[in-house]
Design a protein around this ligand. Structure first.
Ligand SMILES: [Zn+2]
Length: 87
């Protein structure tokens, strides 16, 4: 008999990227983790988002993408033509 409303999920997903980046205060992290324990839906979203971030690894603003990462990214985006014309 867990009362877990849709609103909770919305709030969680809204701050998910901050949670992943470790930008949330620890009491909020605890709240999110508690919600995740009881909500498979949000766990799936979290895992998917984490995996996507791992693949892309966007660096901090201002620092250039390592060319290897950029190449991988372009490949994923099917922009090889752009890469080749941009030597
Ligand atoms: Zn949820």
């Amino acid at each position: 008999m867990t009362s877990h409303s849709h609103e909770n999920c919305q709030a969680l997903l809204g701050s998910l990227s901050e949670y992943i980046d470790g930008e949330l205060p620890s009491d909020l992290c605890t709240e999110i983790e508690k919600h995740l324990e009881g909500c498979e839906n949000c766990r799936v979203v979290l895992n998917t988002t984490r995996r996507t971030i791992d693949l892309v690894q966007i660096p901090a603003e201002g620092s250039p993408l390592p060319s290897e990462v950029r190449e991988r990214l372009f490949k994923r985006l099917d922009l090889n033509e752009f890469l080749n014309s941009n030597h």
